[in-house]
Design a protein around this ligand. Sequence first.
Ligand code: SF4
Length: 207
Amino acid sequence: MVPFSALNALEYCPRRFYYEYVQAEMLVNALVLEGQLLHQRVDQPAVFAEKGVERIHRLYLASERLHIAGYLDALEEEAGKLVPVEYKRGREGRWLNDHIQLCAQALCLEEYLPHLAPLSHGYLFYFGSRRREQVLFLPELRQKTLESIQLALALAREPRPPAPLQGKTARRCRDCSLLPICLPEEVRALQEQQERGNATKSLLEIF
Ligand code: SF4
């Protein structure tokens, strides 16, 4: 089964997904620890009723059909509709990793509650900005989430981690807690050295 959080890691970086969820490597830096501490309250199983909103915290979901499982931070009832909520450290991100995690949880919920499906939206709550972002479960996001699950299953069968991020996406490495294990700069330099070596060899083979 692919954990929901693994889909989040995969969208951020396939190499990160491999280290964390295939090789079980994890480094707890200050940011990771902050996230764990902020999560403590929402990680307590409980049922709340606040300002007219019913909320269940920490709900386990799994789908054999989709090969996904994990905990949903909260499920709310809003105007007669069920709405999944995921809590995150920091502020709204520039990539879709949190959206995909939430959408996978929604796909699971829909399987449990076919009479209420499809769910229209969920929320991402960011502790850093204290803001809730509404996420619409549009067909494009649903499709991307299903593709992400397939990619996770395929990568989990690979004997080695994928290459480090390249180009613009390599900016994500700066905020990645696995930087000391992954060593992306060093791996990229070695790859370039190897490619230069191969090019010289092919030139020499002409003679
Ligand atoms: S350091 Fe960069 S390439 Fe390595 S796992 Fe993190 S994001 Fe991916």
